[in-house]
Design a protein around this ligand. Structure first.
Ligand code: COA
Ligand code: AMP
Length: 636
């Protein structure tokens, strides 16, 4: 069946469609039905089935006789390590780790935070939790101690599994002091921590709390897979919302399995024995779905890559990994391709490596600019498939489903909605707008299997954030349009979330950090266009009256504060001091207008603005840091 028939089959009978998809998963007890809608508008899938994620990602492949196949390939251009772990080895390692966790009291439903860099042990920790029915929450290594502390307090883990360090090209990231600081800062304390000591750094363990990864597994009974109900949380993944408190997205076990298996076959055209690589990080949703779970559930090989697209050591490193591992489908963020293109515009590095098996390149995480797509198509000669999704959905809302059929591409569009997603563009009145008209992108409820059934400990926030603006729909937070042929265009966020190098960040959270500086009376953070990272944050600081310090010093302190509170990943380097912020008469800061001024785009001062003269002050301040230089910005 092609795309149109498949989408129509889902529309005609969603229940039958998803029950058939569920047939690709090994159940301990198959579900009696797919959708559970008795708590609508809160929905669940396959709730009365019994299943285990680790079984489906690991054991079943060993049982099927593919134990000798490589499951995880580690490639670290930073340490020069390259090693493969077979499915049989993975099963032994994960069962042993799960056994040790169980012996220390971890059981089904307990939360476990994982704070690890891009090493296979990160995936093993995730799978060991899944084996026991424990709920993991992976925290990205680029976050500061404070962000880790917030997550510790929200999901109250019984254990934290961490590595001694992470490796960035320019420095060793000392995870252990960050972990210790986070535990000191948090109100909740884990019962114990497990530390994987890396060769590059041996961390000092705290007696009575910290256990060594190898030591605590010694002599324990390996653990079998624990069956869990279909609606049991597989994991919690925190993502940025509009405030400093991140949203704990819950991933339900059975829907996750069914959706990822379906997506591997039909979107990525990947099956057992194939080789797949998503160059992201386990701290993000792409890492959860397509470094760890998706490829393993499909019985494919996955690559854990510890490096960067450029500088580790050169812009050909991605292509070398693709060649050496005969990768069939490769997934990355547009930012990564932009970084490579900047250093290798003519594709000289690409030509040095063979990509015999490469069938397609997938892009997601941020809007893919047509220039970058065209550059990649020209140099690789394979389809470059933009697809759109979010932490909340866990898999693509819109894509070009290669496994079904490759549809014609349209520049600037991530193509068409996947089965399960009834995507509509709504106007402010909540009604669908005409094709080609911009509006808020919303998805008619219920969302398909694998998507979030709610937020951890925050049902009200879940309803308010996603279900209230457009009753009967899930609000994606993205704006865009659908054309007459049903192709979707995702243009911008409708909220205060920005996207920096494919990383989703909250300007609200950054404003909370800046407000904590003693000399800052009021502030605003906006995301301005950046040729490499898509967007970069810029801060506006109004100093407390009477403060006469050197403005450059205050800005430098704010940059450090952001690094300490949110982390280096915020990439917060620019701020300007202004006397006042542009506001509406009712006091709302005009962030969207400030973005336009910074980007040098044409804008009209909103009719509700309190004092239009402030906009000139804002433009002048931005020009001191090289922004607001476009002609439109000068003329307003
Ligand atoms: N642990 C600790 N620190 C980290 C980190 C991690 N896992 N990941 C990033 N950082 C730090 C970096 O060291 C850097 O710190 P610095 O300010 O001291 O240099 C900062 O966070 C910003 O990092 P990054 O976003 O990687 O920017 P960069 O300028 O170093 O590199 C790119 C630019 C484009 C090469 C890089 O952003 C990139 O590879 N982007 C693709 C992102 C991606 O794949 N996202 C997944 C979404 S699907
Ligand atoms: P995250 O939850 O970190 O995956 O970020 C999700 C957000 O990233 C989406 O809501 C979009 O704003 C943006 N995004 C992800 N993929 C795309 C894409 N292909 N095109 C445009 N925006 C995207």
């Amino acid at each position: 069946m092609g795309y149109a028939e498949t989408y129509a089959a889902w529309q005609a009978d969603p229940e039958a469609f998803w029950m058939e998809a569920a047939g690709a998963i090994d159940w301990v007890r198959p579900p009696s039905k797919a959708l559970f809608d008795d708590k609508a508008p809160l929905y669940e899938w396959f709730s009365d089935g019994l299943v285990n994620t680790c079984w489906n990602a690991v054991d079943r492949h060993v049982e099927a006789g593919r134990g000798d196949q490589i499951a995880i390939q580690h490639e670290s251009p930073i340490t020069h390590a390259t090693k493969g772990i077979t499915y049989a080895e993975l099963q032994t390692r994960v069962a042993s780790l799960a056994g040790a966790l169980r012996q220390r009291g971890i059981t089904k439903g307990d939360r476990v935070i994982i704070y690890m860099p891009m090493i296979p042990e990160a995936l093993e920790a995730m799978l060991a939790c899944a084996r026991l029915g424990a709920v993991h929450s992976v925290v990205f290594g680029g976050f500061a101690a404070n962000e880790l502390a917030v997550r510790i307090d929200d999901c109250t883990p019984k254990a934290i599994i961490a590595a001694s360090c992470g490796l960035e090209p320019n420095r060793v990231v000392h995870y252990k002091p960050l972990l210790d600081a986070a535990i000191d800062q948090a109100a909740h304390s884990p019962d114990f921590c497990v530390i994987f000591q890396r060769e590059q750094e041996v961390a000092k363990l705290i007696e009575g709390r910290d256990l060594s990864w190898h030591g605590f597994q010694y002599g324990v009974e390996p653990a079998d897979c624990v069956p869990v109900e279909g609606n049991h949380p597989a994991y919690i993944l925190y993502t940025s919302g509009t405030t400093g408190q991140p949203k704990g997205v819950i991933r339900p076990t059975a829907g996750h399995l069914v959706a990822l298996q379906w997506s591997m076959t039909n979107i990525y055209n990947i099956g057992a024995g194939d080789r797949f690589w998503a160059a992201s990080d386990v701290g993000w949703v792409v890492g959860h779905s397509y470094i760890c779970y998706g490829p393993l559930i499909a019985g494919a090989m996955t690559v854990v890559f510890e490096g960067k697209p450029v500088g580790t050591p050169h812009p050909g490193v991605f292509w070398r990994v693709i060649q050496n591992n005969r990768i069939k489908s490769f997934f990355t963020a547009p930012t990564a391709l932009r970084a490579i293109k900047r250093e290798d515009p003519d594709g000289t590095w690409i030509k040095r490596y063979a990509q015999h098996d490469l069938q397609a390149i997938y892009l997601a995480g941020e809007r893919a600019d047509p220039d970058t797509i065209e550059w990649a198509e020209k140099h690789f000669g394979v389809p470059v498939i933009d697809h759109w999704w979010q932490t909340e959905t866990g898999w693509a809302i819109a894509a070009n489903p290669l496994g079904l059929e490759l549809l014609p591409f349209k520049s600037g569009s991530p193509s068409v909605p996947m089965p399960g997603y009834d995507v509509q563009v709504l106007g402010e009145d909540g009604h669908p707008v005409a094709p080609g008209t911009l509006g808020s992108i919303a998805i008619k409820l219920p969302l398909p299997p694998g998507t979030l059934p709610g937020l951890w400990n925050a049902e009200e926030r879940f309803r308010e954030s996603y279900l209230t603006t457009f009753p009967g729909f899930y609000e994606t937070g993205d704006a865009g349009m659908i054309d007459t042929e049903g192709y979707l265009y995702v243009m911008a966020r409708t909220d205060d979330v920005i996207n920096v190098a494919g990383h989703r960040l909250s300007t609200g959270a950054m404003e909370e950090v800046l407000s904590a500086h003693p000399d800052v009376a009021e502030c605003a953070v906006i995301g301005v266009a950046d040729a490499l990272k898509g967007q970069c944050p810029v801060g506006f600081l109004c100093l407390t009256s009477g403060v006469t310090r050197d403005p450059a010093e205050v800005v430098a302190e704010c940059v450090t504060l952001m690094r300490d509170r949110i982390g280096p990943v915020a990439a917060f380097r620019n701020a300007v001091i202004v006397d006042r912020l542009p506001k509406t008469r009712s006091g709302k800061i005009l962030r969207a207008t400030m973005v336009k001024i910074a980007d040098g785009a044409a804008f009209k001062p909103p009719a509700t603005i309190d004092d239009p003269a402030i906009l000139n002050e804002i433009a002048a301040a931005l020009r001191t840091i090289g922004l607001a230089t476009g002609e439109a910005a000068q003329t307003g």
